[in-house]
Design a protein around this ligand. Structure first.
Ligand code: GDP
Length: 440
């Protein structure tokens, strides 16, 4: 996410890094570089100009303290201004009524249906809500089916009426069903079109008028850059939406949409989609995103993701097993599944300060665990539970079964053993204290 932009901003800062003070001249040069970086990231021209003017003014007006360098000062100003540009504070969803009605709008392929599912799951697991999804696309039976399948996967009911071709009627039926079944949030996935289209707009306006939704979320594909912003403008003029959702920020998006939407349509970004999986949704925090763009990492989001996957009971069980030295390959496999649920590996690494930049050229496959999983899956249940019995002939069989070299199997088992030893030490306070004393 934003690799290119981060990189270019970093280079722009270098101009100032070697300097002892901020002057009209060196700041002008830096601003030129920053503006170029923003334009390359597909930020709207006016936005980029206003932004650099503001940063320049702040930089020149600031007294450079002797303790911080001009480069550090500029980083701070940039971080504040980027945060402001993206809306300043986090815009949370509101739940003013029961059921709270959320209308989802956007073009086809933007990720509306996927987001509808993600939002329902988020509201259920993170906010304790009981959502009902409504499939309100009367043109594409496949879209209705897609939502039903997603609903089934995440355990959320879906209202659909394949007989009807009236989106207003279907939405009202969904509302009635939500009231009847005690669903406190209604998420309506509307029909999109390939491009802005009058009939589509009229249709969504009608649904809006009939349902009076509390939130209208406009979903847009971040990969489409300036187009995303233009589309947002048209939708906002017609629907006056309450927030935008940027999808596909996991790809090589240049980031322009995230940086321009707020300043162009004056509506906050509320969520970002970072993958195809149902868990790949983040609340949008302007300050954290700004940190990430500047390569300062986003530890808070990283910890939150870990916490979401964290099950206290499971962790206690695991602790017990580690203490008794019973941590086995089943547990190891389980841990890998947890990490995978946290999202795309490269994205996760990017949240660690300083790592994002260093990793940018390293290709981490999302299936980085594939061969480890294959090796573990080729073990017998007895071997998984008793790693110590895995002798040479067993290793050879596992290698063959999993399509790996013997060396790879050996390496994994060695790593597993080392890890087990280390975990055991960490779980024993006396051992731990001894280790600390021995540290140089
Ligand atoms: P809709 O036509 O607006 O309902 O779009 P869909 O929800 O069907 O999504 C279109 C495609 O984009 C699907 O293949 C989704 O899996 C994919 N998609 C949606 N959101 C994301 C995202 O955040 N990241 C990635 N990589 N793909 C996404």
């Amino acid at each position: 996410m934003f690799d290119n932009l981060s990189d270019k901003l970093d280079r722009a800062f270098k101009v100032l890094k070697g300097q002892g003070s901020i002057t009209e001249i060196n700041v002008a040069e830096t601003m030129k570089e920053i503006r170029k970086a923003l334009l390359d990231a597909d930020v709207n021209y006016k936005t980029a100009k206003a932004f650099t003017d503001e940063v320049k003014q702040k930089a020149l007006g600031e007294n450079v303290l002797t303790s911080i360098s001009p480069g550090q000062l500029l980083t701070k100003i940039m971080s504040d201004e980027l945060t402001k540009l993206m809306g300043g504070t986090t815009a949370e969803l509101t739940f003013p009524a029961t059921p709270t009605i959320i209308l989802i709008a956007g073009l086809n392929g933007a990720g509306k249906t996927t987001f509808s599912g993600k939002l329902a799951l988020f509201l259920k697991t993170q906010k304790g809500k009981k959502p009902l999804l409504v499939a309100d696309d009367v043109y594409r039976p496949a879209a209705i089916e897609q939502l039903k399948v997603l609903g089934g996967q995440i355990g959320i009911p879906v209202y659909a009426n394949l007989e009807s071709k009236d989106p207003v009627a279907i939405a009202l039926e969904g509302l009635a069903q939500a009231k009847q079944n005690g669903n406190n949030v209604l998420i309506i996935d509307t029909a999109g079109r390939l491009a802005i289209d009058e009939a589509m707009m009229v249709e969504i306006e009608q649904v809006k008028k009939a349902l009076n939704p509390h939130e209208i979320l406009f979903v847009v594909d971040a990969m489409t850059g300036q187009d995303a912003v233009n589309t947002a403008k048209v939708f906002n003029d017609r629907l006056d939406f309450t927030g935008a959702v940027l999808t596909k920020l996991d790809g090589d998006t240049r980031g322009g949409a995230a940086l321009s939407i707020k300043s162009v349509v004056n509506k906050p970004i509320k969520f970002i989609g970072t993958g195809e999986k149902m868990e790949a949704l983040d609340v949008f925090h302007p300050d954290r995103m700004s940190s990430r763009i500047l390569g300062m990492g986003d530890v808070i989001s990283l910890v939150e993701r870990a916490q979401q996957q964290f099950d206290e009971k499971e962790a206690a069980e695991l602790q017990k097993k580690i203490r008794k030295n019973k941590f086995d390959f089943n547990d190891f496999f389980g841990q890998i599944q947890q990490i995978k649920k946290m999202g795309n590996m490269k994205d996760l690494m990017g949240m660690i300060p300083g790592v994002g930049k260093a990793m940018k050229d390293i290709d981490i496959q999302d299936d980085a665990f594939k061969s480890i999983e294959a090796i573990i899956q080729s073990m017998t249940p007895k071997e998984k539970e008793n790693p110590d019995i895995i002798n040479q002939s067993r290793r050879m069989r596992i290698a063959k079964g999993s399509g790996n070299d013997l060396a790879e199997v050996n390496r994994l088992i060695k790593q597993f053993d080392d890890m087990r030893k280390m975990m055991k030490q960490f779980s024993n306070p006396a051992q731990m204290a001894k280790m600390m004393r021995n540290m140089p």
